[in-house]
Design a binder for this molecule. Structure first.
Ligand SMILES: [Zn+2]
Length: 199
């Protein structure tokens, strides 16, 4: 196994922007500026999906050069939409939509039925790209069924929507990322202050 032979054409791709504190929410956050003119999808192609899974440490065994069937990309997008809709509903105090819950359940169940159990402690081995999606689905289920569900938040900027787990002691984290939206908020607050001071 050579670790670096896969790095060629994709080495210029961005590293995952992992701010969520949970792999399933990081996966949901692979769309930036959703619904705006500058919307960017980090998982737009099968290559991009493989890259994301690999640099996120989710795939161990199948060759990175083996083309995954397109259904994997479609399944990734469906799973991402389900996690996003459930996480967003929870963050906003709403009931998660039934169809999104069913999609998440189906993804987790299908992946588990195809995975090997191995290791000690026993764990399902989600080794292919398709199964890596199962790993994400199970991470989402773990999160959504844990006490941390109360700490799931959505970035309040209406053009951001990124989800994260607020692990600050007093639950005071507001922004997805201080370097982007937090900084924006700071600038807006300063501008508002300047305006009111001038007026
Ligand atoms: Zn944000």
């Amino acid at each position: 196994m050579t670790g670096s032979s896969h790095m060629g054409p994709l080495s210029g791709m961005p590293s995952p922007h992992r701010i969520a504190g949970n792999i399933a929410l990081d996966f949901a956050n692979t769309i930036s500026w959703r619904g705006t003119a500058r919307e960017a999808d980090q998982l737009a192609t099968a290559d991009a999906l493989r890259h994301w899974l690999r640099v996120s440490g989710l795939r161990a065994t199948d060759a990175a050069t083996a083309p995954d069937p397109d259904p994997t990309l479609a399944a990734a997008h469906a799973l991402r939409a389900a996690i996003t809709r459930i996480g967003s509903a929870i963050a906003n105090g709403a009931s998660p939509p039934d169809d999104a819950l069913n999609d998440l359940r189906d993804a987790a169940a299908a992946a588990l039925s195809r995975a090997q159990l191995g290791g000690m402690p026993l764990r399902p081995q989600f080794d292919t790209a398709e199964q890596a999606l199962g790993s994400i689905a199970w991470s989402a289920l773990d999160l959504f069924s844990s006490d941390e569900v109360a700490r799931i938040k959505e970035c309040p900027f209406s053009d951001c929507h990124w989800l994260f787990v607020d692990r600050s002691k007093n639950g005071s984290r507001r922004w997805c990322d201080m370097a982007t939206c937090g900084n924006r908020a700071k600038k807006q607050a300063m501008a508002a202050h300047d305006n009111s001071a001038a007026g």
